[in-house]
Design a protein around this ligand. Structure first.
Ligand code: LMR
Length: 443
């Protein structure tokens, strides 16, 4: 492939003409592009010059751009997303925020297939927030990742300005401000929990190291792949330069499920249920807190007087909802998980409504509830909308809640011992007890 020269328009618009854009091949040529980029001579430009994508003579994807003087090699960019744009150059985009980089692992999977299109549509980060998607997959899924990128191209989302795909977290996580870690090995038939903890733990240890090395120092990390609490702990332990507070394990799906069950029992629409905490592990020991939750602003126990149902039926239905869904579908939840990821992100980037809170699995150091430190535990949080959060302090406890929370805490402490070799805590010792409390995963 012969390369055309990089154009350096200094006074004219950096946008490519639409005809150039249309002629771009949407085929991916990772290795070729990389080779060519290695051969590119140094570029000499003024500081405010901008080099737009070059288009090869045989119409292959553009391979290099220069933005504000820095050469940006885009060896993993995909098709139309290899073009760069000056977002300040057009009336429509002038007022937009600075682009953010969002990494998604397991990007060729079912959950991501629902999630990516929501992210790209602007319904998560807002209508003035351009985004770059950095999609991480396995070697085996690279073709499928190209398929995902093609569908993103064909969707013509105005806010989606870059898509990169790759299999190396050290490349894909470069400068990301959000990392949505979905990819994990599903639990196979007959697989021991300890084995799953180890296999997936290794993935998250590696990804933690990569984030530590190349991500934005204040990156927010949401771990979805199960067992998500312990995976999040492993990830944060391998990323000492990133604040531990920035790591989350997804329990928002459990919160949503709990709200739905309470609404159903009370005969109200689910937006009437608030202050719903999920405590603990995203497993069947999780504790949906009906003591502090509210329906139409009133304590749940006042509205639903069948307390036996709350303690048994309700609690179990939330704990086992994921497993039941697997029985029906033959696979794990995907669409509702994607929706709950969106909810979890929105809870951090928009102010929490007055008096309400949301659940997320976060690092326990400094928690006011007496939960053991150095775990990732789901707790009630509030945010001012800046991406950060604070734990809610004024929650009530009774013996039922305390005992249940203690069981989930004990489970997470046991899981932590199983992965000590991945968290830098010495030699692993795994005794998870006779009862299988982990969510089943796909079989
Ligand atoms: C869910 O809650 O639906 C999933 O986390 C279940 C699973 O084990 O994949």
């Amino acid at each position: 492939m012969a390369m055309t020269e990089l154009s350096t328009p200094k006074t004219t618009s950096p946008f490519l003409h639409s005809s150039s854009r249309l002629s771009l091949s949407s085929k991916l040529h990772l290795s070729n592009q990389f080779r060519h980029l290695q051969l590119l001579p140094p570029l000499h430009t003024t500081s405010n010059s901008k080099i737009s994508c070059s288009v090869s003579q045989n119409n292959q994807a553009p391979v290099a751009v220069q933005d504000n003087g820095s050469v940006k090699t885009k060896k993993e960019c995909y098709g139309v997303f290899c073009l760069t744009y000056d977002l300040k150059a057009e009336e429509e985009t002038k007022s937009w925020k600075k682009m953010i980089n969002i990494a998604v692992s397991g990007a060729a999977g079912m959950i991501s297939n629902h999630l990516l299109f929501k992210l790209a549509s602007g319904s998560v980060f807002g209508p003035d927030q351009p985004i770059a998607l950095k999609l991480l997959g396995s070697e085996r899924s690279i073709q499928a990742l190209e398929g995902v990128a093609m569908e993103l191209e064909d969707s013509l989302f105005p806010l989606l300005r870059e898509v990169d795909i790759g299999t190396d977290p050290y490349e894909v996580f470069q400068d990301v401000e959000w990392a949505l870690l979905i990819g994990a090995k599903p639990r196979g038939p007959g697989m021991e929990r300890a084995a799953l903890l180890d296999i997936n733990g290794q993935i998250f240890a590696e990804q933690g190291k990569a984030l530590n090395a190349v991500a934005s120092p204040n990156v927010k990390v949401l771990v979805v792949g199960n067992p998500c609490n312990t995976n999040a702990l492993i990830c944060l332990k391998n990323a000492p330069n990133i604040p531990a507070k920035n790591f989350h394990a997804l329990t928002r799906l459990d919160e949503n499920r709990a709200k739905c069950q309470l609404a159903l029992k009370a005969g109200v629409f689910y937006d009437k249920v608030s202050n719903m905490t999920i405590w603990g592990n995203h497993s069947t020991t999780q504790v949906p807190d009906f003591l502090n939750a509210r329906i139409n602003g009133r304590p749940v126990k006042e509205v639903i007087t069948d307390h036996k149902w709350l303690e048994e039926g309700f609690t179990e239905s939330v704990q086992k909802r994921g497993g039941l869904l697997i029985q029906k579908w033959g696979r794990s939840s995907a669409a509702s998980t994607a929706v709950s990821i969106v909810d979890a992100i929105k809870s951090l980037v928009t102010p929490t409504p007055e008096g309400d809170w949301f659940s997320t699995g976060v690092y326990t150091n400094g928690n006011p509830y007496g939960i053991a430190k150095d775990l990732v535990f789901s707790m009630p949080c509030r945010s001012t909308g800046d991406g950060d959060y604070e734990l809610v302090k004024d929650v009530e406890f009774d013996d039922y809640l305390r005992n249940r929370i203690a069981k989930s805490e004990a489970e997470l402490l046991a899981e932590k011992k199983c992965v000590a070799h991945l968290t830098g805590d010495g030699i692993a010792f795994c005794d998870l007890g006779p009862v299988d409390t982990m969510l089943p995963g796909e079989v």
